[in-house]
Ligand binder design. Sequence first.
Ligand code: SF4
Ligand code: MSK
Length: 626
Amino acid sequence: MYKINSPLTITEDGIQLLKKAEKDNVETVWDRHKAQQPQCGFCDMGLSCRICIMGPCRVDPFGEGPQAGVCGADADIIVARNLCRMIAAGAASHSDHGRDLVEVLASVATNSAPGYTIREEGKLKLLAQEYGVETEGKEILAIAGELAQAMMEDYGMRKKQITLVKRAPEKRRKVWETVGITPRGIDRETSEMMHRTHMGVDNNWQSLLVQGLRNALSDGWGGSMIATEVSDILFGIPTPRPTMVNAGVLKDDHVNIVVHGHNPVVSEMISLACISPLLLELAKRKGAKGINLAGVCCTGNELLMRRGIAMAGNHLMTELILSTGAVDMMIVDYQCIMPSIGKVAACYHTKIISTSDKAKFPGMEHHEFHPENAQKKAMSIVEMAINNFPNRKEVFIPVKPQAAVGGFSVETIVKALGGTADPLIDAIKAGKIRGAVGIVGCNNPKIMHDYGHVTLTRRLIENDILVVDTGCVSVANAKAGFKVPSAIEMAGPGLKEICGSLGIPPVLHLGSCVDNVRILVLVSALANALGVDISDLPVAGSAPEWYSEKAVTIGVYCVASGITTHLGPMPPIAGSMNVVKLLTQGLEDVVGATFAVEPDPEKAALFLIRHIEKKRAGLGLDSRSL
Ligand code: SF4
Ligand code: MSK
C-alpha cells in the first residue's frame, strides 16, 4: 500500500528537518503533494491527452463517457502514446547529458577547456578501439578529438546501429534484431518517437511500444553509456572510497557548498576550487575552518564515486537540507531540481546558483558554465559562497553523519574479485550468492521517503542476494548503514561469507542515474562468461520509489535488455489493459523479461526472490522454493 503522508520519511534527519521547515514556514514537496489531492484520475491512468489542440481529451475508464478523443484515438492509443513520450523525454535527458560530456571531451582535445584533462588514457584508448578510431602512434589529444567526433555520429543516423550495442551478448543482439529494436541513432530514436506520437502518425499501440523499447535502448546502450564512459575518461574511473552521508555531513564551522543535479562537468570544477589554497585562506579570514563540499542527487553521486565527497541527501531531502540554515550556497546544473528550491533558499541566507544555459529556475542567480570558462567561474562562485558565510543565522544540523563506502565501477568490482568475474560466478553457482538485484531511482512523495528502498534492500540481502544501487537509492541505503563492511551482519550467511572474504559491503554503490549502464556492462560480462543471454541470469531490477521520466526509460531499457524489473509506483498505464498486459506479461515472449508493479516493498522482495530462484532453476542451479 502507498503510505501517503503518514509518516513522511523513515529518516531521522528528514523527521527533524520537516519539523524545522514547519517552524520556519517553509513549504515542502509534501505540502504541495497534499494540496494536489485528489490528483486527476484520468491522468493517473494515462487516459488524458493534450497532444493536439482539438483536445484536450479524455477517455472514460468506466465505459459510460467518451471512449475516444476528438481525433478518434482510443484508450490503448492514448495510453501507449503518453508512455512513449515519457520514454522519449527520459532518453533525451540522459542522452543530452552524455552529449554535453562529449563536447567537453572535444574541447579538451583542442586545448580549449582549461582545467579539464584526460584522466584515464587507458580507457580513452579502449573506447577509441571500440569506435574504430586508430590509436597507434597518435597523440592522446588527437585520439580524444576523433573519439568525440565518432561518438557524436552515434547521436545521428550515419550508421545502421549505435556503436556500443556491440557490448551486449550476441544472444541479446539477436533478440533485438528479431524484434527490430536495435537502436540506430540516439537522437534518431527519440525524434522518431516524438514523430510517431504526433496526431495521426502511429496509431497502433503495439508498434508504438516497440519503438519505445528501441528508444530506451538508444539511451541505455547509447547516450547514458557515453555519459558514463566519457565521465570516467575525464574525471577518473571510480574506486571504492570512504564517505559520509545524511544532513549531518554539513558542518557548522565550515563554509558549506552543496552541488545538486546530474552532470559532473560543473561540480568537478567546483570541487577543485574548494581545495584551492587561495580560497581556503579566504574562508579562514571570514571565520570558517574550511570549505565543506557536499552533494545531493546524482551530481553528488558523481563526486562521491570519484572523490569520496559526502552526500547530504537524496531527491526528497533537497529542500530540507536548505532548512538547516547551514548551506551557504547550492549550485545546480540540471534534472531533478525542484523549481521551489529558490523560494526555500530565500527563507535563509543561502545563495542558489544555476549554471546551465538549458536549466534556469525562479529565484536563482544564473552563472553560465562552459568548458572554456568553467575553471574561472568555479573560483568566483566558490568565493561568493565564502563571502556569504558571515551572513548565516540560526543553524540546525540534526544528526551525526553515517559512514559509508561508495565508488564501485565494473572495473573495481572485477579487481576486488581478483581480476575476473569467476569468484562471483562461482559464488552464484554454489548458491552462496543467489543472484543480484539493481535497485535504482528516485523518491516520490506518494511513498514514505526511503521506506521502499531500505525495506527492499534489507530483505534481499537477508536472502543472500547481492544489491547494487545507483541514484537516490544509494543515499537511502547508505543512510541505513548498508554500505560499511560491517553491514555483512545484516546479510544472509552466504552473502556474508563472500562479502566478508572480499572486504566489501553487501550493497555496492554503482553511481548516478546514467551509471545504470554499469549494471548493463556487468550483466553482459556475467552472461558471456556463462554462455547465456542476460534474460537467463538470476538478476533483476527495481525502482521502488521512482518518479521521473528518466526512470521510465531506465526501466524500459533494462527490460528490453532482458532484466525483469519491479516498479513501486504504478506508471500511468492502468487505463489500457492491453498495454498493462503487454508490459507485465507479453514482453516475456518478446524480450524474455517483463515489468512487475508492487508498491509494497515486502511483497516486492518476495516477487524478486522468487524470480531469482526461478532463473537459478532455469540454469540448472539449486533453487529454493518460497
Ligand atoms: Fe484529443 Fe486526439 Fe488531439 Fe489527443 S491527439 S488531444 S486524443 S484530438
Ligand atoms: S537524481 S532521476 S531523483 S534517482 Fe538522478 Fe534521484 Fe531519480 Fe533524479
